[in-house]
Ligand binder design. Sequence first.
Ligand code: R5P
Length: 321
Amino acid sequence: MYNQLKIFSGNSNPDLANEIAKHLNTELGQREIIKFSNENIKVKITESVRGQDVFVVQTSCPPVSDNIMEMLIMIHALRGASADRITAVIPYFPYVRSDKKDEPRISITAKLMADLIKTAGADRVLTMDLHAAQIQGFFDMPADQLLALPILCKYFIEKNLQNIVVVAGDVGRAKLNIKYAERLKAPLAILEKRRDGDKEKAKVANVIGNVKGKTAIMFDDEILTGGSLMELVKALKREGAVDIYAGITHGILSKRAVPNIARSSLKELVITNTVPLPKEKQIDKIKVLSVAKLFAKAIENIHLGRPISTLFQTGGEEECS
Ligand code: R5P
């Protein structure tokens, strides 16, 4: 059993951090973050954390490198200030797509991130929907991965859509999307997506399964440029899907993703607040669900030494309300 639980936030997603703290009936820990004219970052923890169980909330969003540095420096400062245990709470983990050596002489940067977090002084990591689950193995410390699945599925169940088919945007995603299909009691269709090297543009080659006359819901871990989603919408329409929805955990929505979504025949994109959505990107077609309760409950259970496995079923709803 650890002493007092404390939540600290970096500058990447203060709204989510505040919401998490609120669910835990606490306030964010006091710290100062200064960026000097040479772009060096200084963190000062302005309250005692000696012997305490500290959680640092920082997500990966622009400016990505600054946010990573800020988190590492904050963890290091907390370690130096004698926090008893430090958990890096990283809703959207940086560099998750750099998880394998599939070309000569490239880095596996997600592994480097895991090592840096450890070196900075973290004892454990709490994250959500890694691009590939085996990234958990990159950590030389406990790493818990929450799933947005219960939150996204609950939303679509409450929408009461009929004649649904769950769609996996590529073959690699099919295994996880079976769980979504089971939860929604729907069949699964798989798209065969091909990408040329580092090019952000993807092409759909084939649709495996029946989508004709159905309401298609595609689930994925992240949306960047929206290129994959736009290709998928076209392919599903071509194959006769009636309505198309998408449920995607991390809504980065870079480049022209938002205007393209607005113009497309996608009915609705549902994302979560693991990454903040700036005002100018907020449109009616994009619905944001909060993961704060789920993170709050996971933090509470970690603090109390309780399992978090129940949260894979409930999304924290029952436990936190
Ligand atoms: C790819 O394997 C991922 O699951 C996403 O489909 C991809 O990262 C989305 O990127 P974009 O929106 O740029 O197509």
